[in-house]
Ligand binder design. Sequence first.
Ligand SMILES: NC(=O)C1=CN([C@@H]2O[C@H](COP(=O)(O)OP(=O)(O)OC[C@H]3O[C@@H](n4cnc5c(N)ncnc54)[C@H](OP(=O)(O)O)[C@@H]3O)[C@@H](O)[C@H]2O)C=CC1
Ligand SMILES: N[C@@H](CC(=O)OP(=O)(O)O)C(=O)O
Length: 363
Amino acid sequence: MLRKTKAMNRLKVGVLGATGAVGQKFIRLLADHPWFEIAAVAASSRSAGKPYAEAAHWIEPIPVPEAVAGMTVRACEPEALPEVDFVFSGMDAAVAGDIERRFAEAGIPVVTNARNYRREAHVPLLVPEVNPDHIAQIAHQTFDPSGRGFIVTNPNCVCVPLVLSLKPLADAFGIDSVVVTSMQAVSGAGYPGVPSLDILGNVVPYIGGEEEKIMWEPLKLMGELQADGTVQNSTIGIHASAYRVPVVEGHLLSVLVKLATPGVSEQDAQQAYADWQSPLAGLDLPSAPEQPVLLYDEPRFPQPKLHAPNENGMQVTMGRLRKAGLFDFAYTALGHNTIRGAAGGAVLNAEMLVAKKRIRSRN
Ligand SMILES: NC(=O)C1=CN([C@@H]2O[C@H](COP(=O)(O)OP(=O)(O)OC[C@H]3O[C@@H](n4cnc5c(N)ncnc54)[C@H](OP(=O)(O)O)[C@@H]3O)[C@@H](O)[C@H]2O)C=CC1
Ligand SMILES: N[C@@H](CC(=O)OP(=O)(O)O)C(=O)O
């Protein structure tokens, strides 16, 4: 259930990569969205021309939404989606770069989950509760001289719970360094993903390319926007180790943090979480969680099975905040990887872009 918000004429959206694991999550989240209406679904030439329900190997635990099931899948080309106001992208990163650029050049805003443009100098890497000011980077993009078309990205699915859980500490005390170990759900690898013989009853201590993203993306997310539209990356030191574990949904993180302020007590740290205010409060965005970060007292919490679905999968949960020997604090954090860390994060980004009047109806 989305939050009830003020009624508006729904914007027409296209979903690129609509048949994939993330694409299906978009379809599910958008099926009853109060601001957005799915006008078109698109995927590779393997799927184009087929009814959506036939082209997609549907893995969501609800039936394919009726309004989408019979839609004909289109090619991922701007000319094939003339009626859309903007597109979401859940395309394979191997092809997303060129295709997303073509949509932006054609004047169609792209809100993407793929990794291709995250490091681009003028492309926002956005978590709206953490760096909403980075939206101003859009004005410096050169994809479309008219300024209508642009690209906004959401981060890697580990980085979302990492930066959201660090943010209250960063605002109150500053952060010197972080060591994070991620225990990542199999759904992060898409479908069919990790072979069952590799992951059942097992842990795989390597996910290709993941640690590099976890060590870099938070620096941009927590960096400072400059007048020329670039971001001066944060200088926080981050070390990451990424593990694949036999969990279906929810990436669990073990985090060690050294603060920039000495002598912070456990009570002060807890108070920082209690006092922290989301910059989204009052914006009335349909997918925004009431409480973006929830810190549990119960030492057995959070757990992926119990808490990844909190607030429709959009809340980051934390627990076991405690003093830690060589560092200042240790804690556990959890985020729903395919919702908050992927499609849901992108939908929230689009809602923020609508609220900031960066996305509008093209008619
Ligand atoms: N799974 C996750 O938790 C997360 C995934 N991501 C990113 O999201 C993206 C999608 O991931 P996921 O859904 O798991 O991947 P899938 O492999 O399940 O889906 C890929 C999608 O891309 C489409 N596609 C493939 N080739 C082309 C092409 N040449 N032209 C147009 N469309 C094409 C596929 O269409 P078709 O069905 O026709 O082949 C399909 O719709 C990736 O970039 C991934 O890195 C990011 C964060 C988390
Ligand atoms: N690598 C992530 C999913 C993913 O595709 O991430 P990214 O969007 O950063 O490439 C995982 O396995 O859980």
